[in-house]
Design a protein around this ligand. Structure first.
Ligand code: 13P
Length: 255
């Protein structure tokens, strides 16, 4: 039985005041939530104070990116060890916004994944196709290329300490959610691909859905066999909406 994970990717949003208000509301609403792992991934500059304010709570902290290097002359980058030191448990790697804007290749994402694990962090590896890929029937090809790069670099057993997030790029921030059937199809594809290397690892692997997941569509997505939680953008900035998604994940009948 896989424990669902609901993680909020705040992206480049927030301020000290807004973060305090959001977190205090989340702590009140979620209390000692059981049966669901919950995390927030704020902008890096706020990580130390947020990790401190959440210590002892049921909400874990993650970063949105990390360097593929351990230390050295890499201006502007943050090492996994630094993120771990200030209290992060998770780190998102390979988000489509970074694959696009920072030109992160699958090989580069794979190195970040390896570096994150070496620092003791749990990577949340994002994969997903563009609209044109889906329309030309290339979804599985694109997702396999992104996934295989990491399987090859890190080895399948590394996925015992990792999470995958399937985020169709056309659904991110657009209000166009994948239908539960579309999402389930790709989640099952991902799990089968990992199972091709190791069925046990695949059976235990958490695969999250991301892309306009909201309070009103979460339950339908989370009810499906291979959807083990969500990576939430916009709705994670709203305590009521995020809490509703966490509750929907808690009600999911696990695989
Ligand atoms: P939205 O929930 O805003 O579509 O963003 C999803 C996402 O990119 C999470 O990483």
């Amino acid at each position: 039985m896989r424990t669902p994970l609901v993680a909020g990717n705040w992206k480049m949003n927030g301020s000290r005041d807004a973060n305090r208000a959001l977190l205090s509301s989340l702590k009140d609403r979620l209390g000692a939530i059981q049966g669901v792992d919950v995390a927030v991934c704020p902008p890096a500059v706020y990580l130390p104070e947020i990790a401190e304010s959440l210590s002892g709570s049921a909400i874990a902290v993650g970063a949105q990116d990390c360097s593929d290097e351990a230390s050295g002359a890499f201006t502007g980058e943050l090492a996994g060890s630094m993120l771990a030191e200030v209290g992060c448990r998770y780190v998102i790697v390979g988000h489509s916004e970074r694959r696009e804007r920072q030109n992160e290749s699958s090989a580069w994402v794979a190195s970040k994944f390896v570096a994150a694990q070496a620092a003791g962090l749990t990577p949340i590896l994002c994969v997903g196709e563009q609209k044109a890929d889906r329309e030309s029937g290339r979804t599985e090809l694109v997702v396999s290329e992104q996934l295989d790069a990491v399987l090859d670099a890190a080895g399948v057993e590394a996925f015992d300490r990792a999470v995958i997030a399937y985020e169709p790029v056309w659904a991110i921030g657009t209000g166009l959610t994948a239908t539960p059937e579309q999402a389930q199809e790709v989640h099952a594809f991902i799990r089968n691909r990992v199972a091709g290397r190791d069925p046990r690892v695949a059976a235990e692997l958490r695969i999250l859905y991301g892309g306009s997941m909201k309070a009103d569509n979460a339950a339908g997505l989370l009810a499906l066999d291979d959807i083990d939680g969500g990576l939430i953008g916009g709705a994670s900035l709203d305590a009521e909406a995020f809490t509703a998604i966490v509750r929907a994940a808690g009600e999911r009948v696990g695989a």
